[in-house]
Ligand binder design. Structure first.
Ligand code: FE
Ligand code: FE
Ligand code: ZN
Length: 164
């Protein structure tokens, strides 16, 4: 891979996100399965549906870029975050404590995505690709909303974990 221009760095970051979203689509159902709180379970399931749409937005952008393999990168950051989360899902845990841990893992995922989407949205603007910037901003807003939702759920779930 050569990185001789901002455009090439943009493509590299976009491929990283493409890999990240694909990994998240596989991980979210497992997290939702293990969640005991119905609100947490449905928040994770809703974000799974949203994530599938986010992948389609990336596809829309890749469709407009010539000679690039969208599957060319593996996001090792998300791979590590998901691995930490899945190790935790295997622990023998109190249901409320496990829910608090699932939120902690899910928020790490969201924060990684928020950082990455902010970057590619800004690069798209610099590259004069307004329509790409808009697509990426839509996803960025969804990731931020998902993070806020998890914050709100943590407020009572952490209390229940503390009482366990
Ligand atoms: Fe996402
Ligand atoms: Fe990455
Ligand atoms: Zn997300």
């Amino acid at each position: 891979m050569k990185l001789e221009s901002l455009k090439e760095l943009f493509v590299h970051e976009l491929q990283d996100l493409y890999s990240a979203e694909n990994q998240i689509i596989k991980a979210l159902p497992k997290m939702a399965d293990k969640a005991s709180s119905p609100e947490l379970k449905s928040a994770l399931q809703e974000h799974l549906q949203e994530t599938k749409g986010q992948l389609r937005r990336l596809d829309q952008i890749f469709d407009q870029i010539q000679d690039v393999d969208r599957d060319d990168e593996k996001c090792k950051g998300i791979e590590g975050i998901i691995k930490e989360g899945s190790d935790m899902l295997g622990e023998d845990a109190d249901a409320d404590v496990l829910d608090a841990g699932i939120i902690a893992a899910a928020q790490r995922v969201e924060h990684y995505e928020i950082a990455a989407y902010g970057t590619v949205r800004t690069y798209a603007n610099l590259l004069g690709k307004q329509n790409w910037a808009e697509l990426l901003q839509q996803t960025l807003s969804e990731e931020k909303a998902a993070d806020q939702k998890l914050n709100a759920l943590a407020e009572h779930i952490n209390m229940e974990a503390q009482a366990a």
